[in-house]
Ligand binder design. Structure first.
Ligand code: GLC
Ligand code: GLC
Length: 808
């Protein structure tokens, strides 16, 4: 069942009923200021850091599930309603929500009035624009009163929801004409405040929540709206809100727009005050002056569109499959940008409090994003590398505002270091900026310990080799990519976190996944070294990779597939000898991507086992059989009920590894079948089962053992976005930057007999035209009319347009 449809020309998903199976959200902002906005206008916004600089309050796990956000109430005679349907939920004559690239437009109509709410964060400003357009579609004159409402957060989102003995005393506001300022804590340590402005004179305002809503009322019946009269309340303590009341009179057919601006402003410490006791409002006024007329807002929308035109034009495809095209051209890169910006911090599943930027997550997010804005990828690489330790390990997470590693979580996730190499390899191939390798980067942000980035990568590589276990396979540490495989944890009390508890120096538990990663990412390290003319070191690195490959084949092969690990006691994990958890997906994907068993048959055999034992109609499960009881020696993985999350859920992130692996063994039908099972555009008709947005990937889909097989959770912020983009763009469509040039080597089934693609890279444009027989065979290339040896088109000079014809 569908709840809307794609509008490909506008690059929008159009939701046609407010009763979607779950709140379907979008993101505003792509620089420093972000908002999440649901199809009911729920959500919140923040400046840079969802935990430490949150402007508006949002209650997770509320009843109803999506309560509060940016609310606009309309009073029309005795009637009052909300154009985004919630929270008043009066029946609408018309409802539509269009989620687009960095903006959301919600339209509701009732009683002859049509109201459109447009939300966006303009480029170059830390603010949300809310443009409210009202149109009288009836035959009589309308006298309307519009009330806005946002609830301010006391900046630190964790404190805001926990420290009430303090919070109910600190609230302060200033009201200045049509601008409401939230200035709690500004008197003391904060130099920032929030403002909420409208470009119209006010009939009144409210800044105290209780005065506006009423102590025993809900947001669906705030007393001010029910009575129609603002109270001009000034918050002193308790809960500050921002609410404007604006009167409008509309003749039949007449339309009017109001521009609201909800923003963040910061002053230098010596310019905090206009005069004693009066906040310096200059930075807010400057932004207000830039965005308060209709033409200014139109220009901001146009600029945002142009921005996205630019970003999305770096890679485009045209094929006979419109779902493939809309994923590759619009929604997958869009999600990649969002995950790059937010890592795993703020979504409708991530509270914005718990986790900052993940080391492994952000390095992987970069893979799907680097072609869009390489300079931002560069900065991210340097930030990440600065949270590395001298021994090559890394803080698992860091806070975006401070860029400091998070001590609570610490380090010891032994896959982390390798992801940095992969990210830098992708960045240098994309840009040709090898100077980054010479950048001086500190360890653990300690400026006294700077070393070239190349040295950081070397330590990443060495970190694996200096932490090998009894079988010559890498030690797992607290966990590898699978956060829930905690082989050194042994947690018996419910109050301990799995990831940070346990025998920290376990020197026995080994990960075949990290071993596979080493065989796939080690050669990337060697290629970087060769490129820097360090051939001897490159040869040594490759030798280490070959040793690892031998160790995998000797100790990591289970007969029909690759083992997953050895536990603390040296027992096998992911083996047919196990009663539960006999086969895991991760080591199959990574070992094949590393080329292990490619020439000798194990690679295909492992992938056949995946198809036979892990594949379902909704995607590939993480392992089978699911753990039915808690395994002390395995940790969190066995804590989930069967079919959920890492315990045999369809953990979407790992699926593209298998797609890539299938292309490497030359099986396009299987690779593409896996792709289609997961890509949200193909799931639109299953929305009532899948439940999350049909335009973005979700982290997890319930596996076969779950009662609600096929139901997704954790939409948006997942490495699934980046990896699917890598899989589809670089391996299925087969267009992949290498150090020497652009590789064109598609692997698609016969159902995609041809396609054209445009790829911008290193300043040149490559126009690729592919004819495909579907056998997954070799690509024969003609470049600007001349036959090419091999499948790597040499880099052209910036500005050049290169025509590549490809026959598979
Ligand atoms: C808070 C504290 C308490 C302290 C009191 C006065 O109630 O919980 O410990 O004595 O404030 O500052
Ligand atoms: C979550 C984490 C990611 C981890 C994955 C598998 O998505 O963000 O770091 O790799 O779970 O456990």
């Amino acid at each position: 069942m569908r709840f809307g449809h794609f509008d490909d020309a506008a690059r929008e998903y159009v939701i046609t009923t407010p009763r979607t199976p779950y709140p379907w959200i979008n993101y505003l902002g792509c620089e420093e200021f972000f908002g999440i906005v649901s199809h009911l206008a729920g959500g919140y916004c923040f400046h840079r850091d969802a935990r430490l600089r949150r402007l508006t309050r949002y209650r997770y796990n509320a009843i109803p599930t999506d309560a509060g956000g940016r609310t606009y109430y309309l009073r029309d005679g005795g009637d009052y309603w909300t154009p985004a349907w919630a929270p008043v939920k009066r029946e609408l004559d018309h409802y539509e929500c269009r989620h687009g690239m960095g903006y959301t437009r919600i339209t509701g109509a009732r009683g002859g009035v049509r109201a459109e709410l447009l939300f966006l964060v303009p480029l170059g400003a830390s603010a949300e624009i809310h443009r409210v357009t009202l149109r009288n579609e009836g035959r009589v004159r309308k006298r309307l009163r519009l009330f806005s409402l946002v609830e301010f957060c006391f900046w630190n989102a964790l404190d805001d929801q926990t420290n009430f003995q303090r919070n109910w005393n600190i609230g302060e506001v200033e009201v200045d004409g049509s601008t409401l300022y939230h200035v709690s804590e500004y008197r003391e340590r904060r130099n920032h405040y929030a403002y909420f402005h409208v470009n119209a004179p006010l009939a009144g305002f409210d800044t105290d929540r209780e005065s506006f809503v009423g102590l025993y009322n809900g947001l669906h019946e705030p007393q001010v709206v029910v009575e129609g009269e603002p109270r001009n309340s000034v918050a002193r303590g308790w809960q500050p809100v921002g609410s404007h009341a604006v009167d409008l009179e509309l003749a039949p057919g007449e339309e009017r727009s109001l521009v609201f601006l909800l923003g963040y402003a910061e002053n230098p410490p010596d310019r905090k005050w206009e005069r004693p006791g009066l906040v310096n409002k200059a930075p807010a006024r400057e932004v207000i002056a830039r965005f308060s007329t209709a033409p200014q807002v139109d220009a901001a929308i146009a600029a945002l569109r142009a921005h996205w035109d630019g970003l999305l034009s770096a890679f485009t495809v045209r094929s006979p499959d419109e779902k493939l095209d809309r994923m590759v051209n619009v929604w997958n890169p869009y999600q990649c940008m969002v995950t790059f910006n937010l890592s795993r911090s703020a979504s409708y599943f991530d509270s914005g409090i718990g986790r900052g930027m993940g080391f492994r997550d952000s390095n992987q997010d970069l893979l799907g994003f680097v072609h869009q804005i390489p300079t931002r990828a560069r900065q991210r690489i340097l930030d990440l590398a600065a949270t590395q330790f001298p021994d090559g390990g890394a803080y698992h997470q860091y806070q975006p505002l401070t860029r400091r590693g998070n001590h609570e979580v610490g380090s010891g996730f032994n896959d982390d270091p390798l992801w940095l190499i992969l990210a830098v390899a992708a960045y240098t191939k994309e840009t040709g900026d090898y100077a980054i390798l010479e950048e001086q980067v500190p360890f653990d942000n300690d400026e006294r310990t700077r070393a070239p980035l190349l040295d950081h990568l070397r330590r990443s590589f060495e970190h694996v080799l200096s932490n090998l276990g009894p079988h010559g396979l890498p030690l797992i540490g607290r966990a590898d990519w699978n956060d829930c495989l905690n082989l050194n944890c042994f947690s018996e009390t419910p109050d301990e976190p799995y990831q940070t508890t346990g025998v920290r120096d376990g020197r026995t538990a080994e990960s075949v996944m990290i071993a596979g990663m080493f065989t796939a990412i080690g050669p990337e390290w060697a290629r970087l070294l060769s490129h820097q003319d360090r051939t001897a070191e490159a040869a040594q690195a490759l030798e280490a990779v070959r040793r690892m490959e031998r160790a995998i084949l000797e100790h990591g092969w289970d007969g029909e597939w690759f083992l997953r690990a050895y536990d603390f006691h040296g027992r096998k994990v992911g083996s047919r000898e196990c009663a539960e958890g006999q086969i895991f997906v991760e080591s199959q994907g990574w070992c094949v991507m590393g080329g292990v068993g490619l020439g000798t048959g194990q690679a295909r055999q492992a992938l056949d086992a995946v198809a036979a034992r892990l594949d379902t109609r909704y995607g590939i499960m993480l392992q089978q059989p699911a753990y039915r009881s808690y395994h002390l020696e395995l940790g969190e993985i066995s804590s989930y009920p069967p079919g959920y999350k890492e315990n045999a859920g369809i953990f979407s992130h790992s699926n593209p590894w298998i797609m890539i692996a299938e292309t490497l063994v030359g099986r396009p039908d299987r690779a593409f079948a896996y792709y289609r099972k997961l890509a949200p555009a193909y799931l639109e008709d299953l929305s009532e089962i899948h439940r999350t947005e049909p335009y973005v990937y979700a982290q997890m889909i319930a596996g076969r053992d779950a009662a609600r097989h096929g139901e997704a959770k954790n939409a948006w912020l997942t490495g699934t976005a980046a990896w699917n983009f890598v899989a589809v763009s670089q391996y299925l469509l087969g267009i992949r930057p290498e150090h020497e040039g652009l590789r064109v080597n598609p692997c698609l089934p016969a159902e995609i007999p041809e396609f054209t693609a445009t790829r911008r890279c290193r300043g040149a444009t490559y126009l690729v035209r592919v004819r495909n027989s579907g056998g997954g065979g070799r690509a024969r290339l003609t470049v600007d009319g001349r036959a090419l040896d091999g499948d790597v088109v040499p880099w052209a000079r910036p500005g050049a347009v290169v025509k590549v014809d490809c026959v598979v």
